[in-house]
Design a protein around this ligand. Structure first.
Ligand SMILES: *Cc1c(COP(=O)(O)O)cnc(C)c1O
Length: 433
């Protein structure tokens, strides 16, 4: 290995372990490809982030960004630890409630909600982060019909340029998300005039996989400034939600990420100074996704064949159907040959998936031990935007997800079968004989 492994991964007797489990044994027991998540790491990631913020201010509410990894078991663990969730669809809302998260700890986000989405939020007493004036008008009508008052925030576009991949920078002036700075006061004024709407919060989320703390501090500064303007309007803020986006090091040699403590040390003084000046005490809401789940999970994939062509290709059984990030964001993921974890890294390989696309490359030009068919390769840091973005492209059933905890392991989502895929397809009436 050319880099240091995180605490929950280790090499024992030449094999890669996750927690107390030999990855090669897991691959044998459950088959490949396979997602494996370490529950202890999940819990410690959550607690660390939560405590880093609460050291500065006790009234912090964690809202797990469900889209990062929407497994019900994971949502239940976070619910037990006190989390709510940032939900981006009716499906995620249902799942958060099913996981035991309290409605008052949920925020329904999104720039393109349907009327049914808004109805569900009203029915379940879940606050809505509004993203347009149209949505405000629709929610007012829907809440009125239900005889309820809908509590809302607006998503504010802080117009911050963040150092990340352009596809995951969400708070740029040009982004589709949020209300422009010069319309925010009007938005809150309009909300106050709505009979069935009560504005109680503010929301922003500047992007994802951000590896510096300054953009977060800048966003916090903008948020408390806007908080002042809307407090002057007469809005009584019960929460300010500064979103998620703190990155993790994917390239374990060249990248470092700010720790949750460093994040808190940069953001919290700005937030606390701001609210102190305004004389308000809103809850601080945060919406981490990747930072909680990203490093908890490996994908175990088996080598089908090795081929020397333009390069040395290692053809494995997991591709962008299971991990879209390299194809979508040019993302880097470390790969380890799990059954040869202590061998010398002597040969350069490109690890490619089974999908019928040239872009189906998991890892480009990596030094690895000599690879042969049957080897098990672990793709690290696949816990965020891995399974949740997986598809059935090429009619490939999605693989199982396994959790390990101490000496135990179990399936937290079964693998799909081809029958599962075929079962959703219907014969058209005009094709019946
Ligand atoms: C995706 C998203 C998050 C989580 O982002 P991470 O980078 O995974 O922390 C939080 N809030 C909103 C509104 C999001 O869309």
């Amino acid at each position: 290995m050319t880099f240091t492994l995180p605490d929950h991964l280790s090499v024992r007797g030449g094999q890669l372990y996750i927690g107390q489990h030999d990855c090669v044994n897991l691959a044998e027991e459950y088959g490949t490809p396979l997602f494996v998540t370490d529950e202890e790491r999940l819990r410690s990631n959550f607690t660390r982030y939560d405590e880093a913020l609460k050291k500065h201010y006790s009234d912090v509410q964690m809202l797990y960004a469900a889209k990062a990894n929407g497994n019900l078991t994971i949502m239940k663990i976070f619910a037990q630890l006190g989390a709510g969730a940032d939900v981006f669809s009716s499906g995620e809302l249902h799942m958060a409630l099913l996981a035991g998260m309290l409605p008052e700890k949920l925020l329904f986000n999104g720039s393109s909600k349907t009327k049914d989405d808004l109805k569900l939020a009203v029915e379940k007493d879940v606050k809505v982060s509004l993203d347009s004036f149209d949505e405000l008008r629709q929610l007012n009508e829907i809440a009125g019909e239900a005889g309820k008052i809908a509590e809302v925030s607006f998503r504010i576009n802080p117009a911050i340029d963040v150092p990340t991949h352009p596809k995951i920078a969400t708070g740029l002036a040009t982004s589709k998300f949020g209300i422009k700075a010069d319309q925010i006061v009007d938005a809150y004024r309009a909300a106050m005039e709505c009979e069935n709407i009560l504005p109680v919060g503010m929301h922003c989320h500047i992007g994802s996989q951000i590896l510096a703390v300054e953009p977060f501090a800048k966003a916090a500064e903008i948020m408390v400034k806007v908080a002042g303007e809307i407090t002057d309007l007469g809005v009584r803020l019960t929460f300010i939600d500064i979103g998620g986006g703190l990155g993790i090091p994917y390239n374990h040699t060249t990248e470092t990420a700010p720790t949750p403590e460093e994040y808190a040390d940069a953001v919290m003084p700005v937030f606390l100074n701001g609210i102190r000046k305004l004389g308000i005490k809103p809850q601080l809401w945060v919406e981490p996704g990747r930072n909680l789940v990203g490093d908890t999970t490996v994908i175990l994939t088996k080598v089908n064949s090795v081929k020397t062509a333009h390069k040395k290709f290692v053809n494995v059984d997991a591709g962008f159907n299971l991990l879209l990030r390299p194809a979508m964001y040019d993302a880097y993921h470390e790969v380890i040959v799990a059954n040869k974890a202590d061998h010398d890294y002597e040969t350069e390989y490109t690890v490619t998936g089974p999908i019928c696309e040239t872009g189906d490359i998991i890892a480009n030009d990596r030094m690895l031990p000599h690879v042969e068919d049957g080897d098990i390769i672990a793709i690290l840091d696949a816990g965020a935007y891995g399974y949740s973005m997986a598809s059935q492209y090429n009619c490939r059933p999605r693989c199982p997800e396994v959790m390990v905890f101490g000496d135990r392991s179990g399936i937290m989502r079964r693998g799909e079968s081809v029958i599962d895929i075929l079962n959703t397809m219907k014969k058209l009436p005009w094709h019946e004989k």
